[in-house]
Ligand binder design. Structure first.
Ligand code: MN
Length: 238
């Protein structure tokens, strides 16, 4: 069987403009799950995303810095963090084009957030300020493979079909989160402090975003590879 080509976005370091980067767990996870990773660099010619949408069968939108709040119709508050000019526009463009063709997308951490923004939703610019002191430890001080908080997964979700568990201990390295859900998305996982930890858009074949980092966990806990396998399997679903 042909191995699906999975486009993976990359981070750009504006303090070191020549460098695009990707943590190894993404590409290695896709290979292990049966796909062929195709890295998508950051570029100014946004229309070039059309070429990647043609080349790739599915996409992983990776984690990273904060989203410029103007993309979700807010001003940047003082506690919004570092942003990567250019990357937001490119990823929003890529997501919208890929979904128009119903190509599967998995968003991870910032990837979930930018998917939500691309579909008209909004974010908390800083959960610790805007949601409050009841927040759990969403920026863990532990190795990235370590699950720091539990999430509750809706039993009627694709995410439950993937993991077959209602409770899952996951890692957490975010200070932002989804606020209002864009375009008929459904919340499918939360922490006990009501922070949204996963969203599915069921009007598409596979459009799932998770707030945690499976790419940093699968090597120690193979169950987390299942979400990469599900993305790849969905390529051949009708
Ligand atoms: Mn979290």
């Amino acid at each position: 069987m042909k191995r699906p080509r999975i486009g993976i976005t990359t981070a750009v370091d504006h303090n070191n403009i020549a460098r695009h980067s990707l943590k190894s767990g993404y590409a290695e996870g896709i290979i292990r799950a049966g796909g062929v990773p195709i890295l998508i660099p950051n570029f100014d010619e946004v229309e070039l995303t059309s070429e990647y949408v043609k080349i790739c069968d599915a996409f992983v939108i990776i984690g990273g810095n904060d989203v410029d709040a103007r993309f979700y119709r807010e001003e940047n508050l003082q506690f919004n963090g570092e942003i990567e000019p250019g990357r937001d526009e490119l990823e929003i463009n890529l997501i919208q084009k890929a979904l128009k063709l119903n190509k599967p997308i998995l968003g991870i951490c910032r990837g979930l957030q930018i998917m939500n923004v691309a579909l008209g939703g909004t974010l908390y610019q800083d959960i610790f300020t805007q949601v409050g002191t009841k927040c759990l430890k969403h920026i863990q001080q532990a190795p990235r493979w370590h699950g720091i908080h539990e999430i509750s997964i809706e039993k009627t979700s694709k995410l439950f079909d993937i993991f077959k568990q209602e409770k899952l201990s996951v890692n957490s390295t975010h200070h932002q989160a989804v606020k209002d859900i864009g375009n008929d998305g459904i919340i499918v996982a939360r922490t006990s402090d009501e922070i949204i930890e996963a969203v599915e858009w069921r009007n598409f074949k596979f459009a799932i975003g998770v707030q945690w980092h499976p790419e940093a966990m699968w090597e120690k806990e193979p169950i987390f590879l299942k979400i990469f396998e599900a993305l790849i399997e969905s390529v051949n679903d009708n």
